[in-house]
Design a protein around this ligand. Structure first.
Ligand code: 5GP
Ligand code: MG
Length: 457
């Protein structure tokens, strides 16, 4: 999770970064920050809260310069201090530097312990600070070589925007796990962003996705240059398509909404049920539910209303608040549901908390049967590459079969999309990161190693 943006060569760099972060608010709601560079100095504004709360006109007076990088941070349990906001700014031998990072470094503890042994001090739990330290400690003369030095020492998932007082460097890890796209702004400036929905808001033209293992270098007075730092080994995160990304975004040429429709259709083929009505769990289940209803040839209704002033359910770290929040957020329309056999579609099942509440809610609204369908495979392993999945013991599918879970959440039946069904829905031409489903930690880490729950971004 988390969103990053980088703007270069734009008169309105800070404002453009701001609107991009606003469009990508769904990727992180805990804190937001922008730093700008004007050739001689880096300015930074960051705070806890939503994008619209963090920045005001005063911020933009301070955020001067034609280069801006920005970040939205996703809440992770227990670690939500102000210090964990990004970008991370530092002064070092070559001057000033600012770093924004989306992803999760799997070797962060080893790297940090090594740095600490040699006397480094840290202000936050974020792995992004490792990156700043590694750049500062490198013996290379030029920043670009210091960055390359640093890249050799980090492992895992990262999209990085690194800013000096005059340049910007953008890097995507060789697996291309998290999305990152390049676009051109109407004023001639360049923009990179986690999701293309940021471009749409700004009227920017999509150029292409940043390649796995690629570094883009932005300098005043020249076109950006590209260097392939690592051999690509492309493994885009399937969960971006399933849940994270906004439906209007396009990742690697595939529109997110359309891919969810196809997943829903495939789910109808794999796990059909005899029902009168198909409902989504809004908002993230809507596209898949449309596909499921089309696949079954059964009517679709938005019979659960969502209160949009409540954030995503996972944002609150404690179980008690999570339980309450489902009710705050979702409410059924009883007249549509009463006496009917219902199929309820959600994009994913993680802890089973939301699902249990929803089944109960639908039964109380008079549903005669509630069949739950999930447009993703069973989540059995914690992701170590930037998704805040809980520990394995909290993942309900890690220890229980669909039948057992159905009983637990009170559903008449429960069905998941198969891994093959997911891959074929997204297109078999890519090799996806499916780590939550198959436990293949191809980029390092393991089910036991600490994930982004404690230190990540
Ligand atoms: P559960 O019913 O298992 O407690 O939660 C599943 C719900 O959580 C689904 O509606 C899904 O959209 C949502 N979800 C899945 N992954 C994440 C995540 O990483 N963050 C947030 N905020 N919600 C998630
Ligand atoms: Mg949801």
């Amino acid at each position: 999770m988390c969103a990053i943006v980088g703007v270069y060569g734009s008169e309105n760099a800070a404002k453009n970064a701001y609107y991009a972060l606003f469009a990508m608010q769904h990727r992180g709601q805990e804190s937001s920050g922008i730093s700008t560079a004007n050739g001689s100095k880096i300015h930074l504004v960051k705070k806890r809260g939503l994008v619209t709360d963090v920045f005001d006109e005063q911020s933009f007076d301070a955020l001067k310069g034609r280069c801006a990088i920005g970040h939205n941070r996703y809440a992770t349990a227990g670690n939500d201090s102000l210090f964990d906001a990004q970008p991370v700014f530092a002064r070092y031998k070559l001057g000033e530097i600012s770093v924004a990072h989306n992803g999760n470094l799997v070797n962060k503890n080893e790297v940090r312990n090594r740095l600490i042994t040699r006397g480094a001090i840290f202000q936050t739990g974020m792995d992004t600070e490792n990156i700043v330290h590694l750049i500062a400690k490198s013996q290379e003369d030029a920043l670009i070589n210091r960055i390359k030095d640093m890249l050799k020492k980090i492992e895992g998932a990262y999209c990085l925007a690194i800013q000096s007082r005059s340049k910007m460097f953008v890097i995507r890890d060789r697996f291309g796990i998290r999305p990152l796209s390049l676009g051109k702004l109407p004023d001639g400036g360049w923009i990179v962003a986690s999701e293309t929905c940021a471009f749409d808001l700004l009227g920017a033209t999509f150029i292409r996705d940043v390649r796995p293992g690629e570094m883009l270098i932005f300098e005043e007075g020249c076109e950006p240059t590209s260097e392939q730092v690592f051999e690509p080994d492309y493994h885009p995160c399937a969960f971006e398509y399933i849940y994270f990304a906004r439906p209007d975004s396009i990742i690697d040429g595939t529109n997110v909404y359309e891919s969810r429709l196809v997943m829903g259709k495939r789910l109808a083929k794999e796990k059909p049920c005899d029902v009168d009505l198909v409902l989504p769990v809004p908002d993230s289940g809507v596209a898949a539910a449309r596909g499921f209803a089309q696949g079954l040839g059964v009517p679709f209704e938005m019979a659960i209303v969502r209160n949009h002033y409540v954030g995503r359910t996972f944002i609150e770290p404690t179980q008690a608040i999570r339980n309450l929040k489902v009710k705050l957020k979702l409410s059924p329309i009883s007249s549509l549901i009463k006496g009917k056999r219902i199929a309820i579609i959600d994009d994913s099942l993680v802890r089973g908390t939301t699902s249990r509440q929803i089944v109960k809610m639908l039964k109380e609204a008079g549903a005669s049967e509630v069949h739950m369908r999930i447009a993703a495979p069973e989540i059995k392993y914690p992701c170590r590459y930037g998704i805040d999945t809980p520990t394995q013991t909290e993942l309900i599918s890690a220890s229980q079969t669909p039948q057992e879970i159905a009983q637990k959440i009170g559903a008449s039946s429960l069905g998941f999309l198969s891994i093959q069904g997911l891959v074929e829905s997204l297109g078999s031409h890519r090799q996806y990161s499916l780590v939550s489903f198959d436990g293949n930690y191809f980029a390092g880490g393991s089910a036991e190693s600490p994930g982004c729950n404690d230190l990540g971004t």
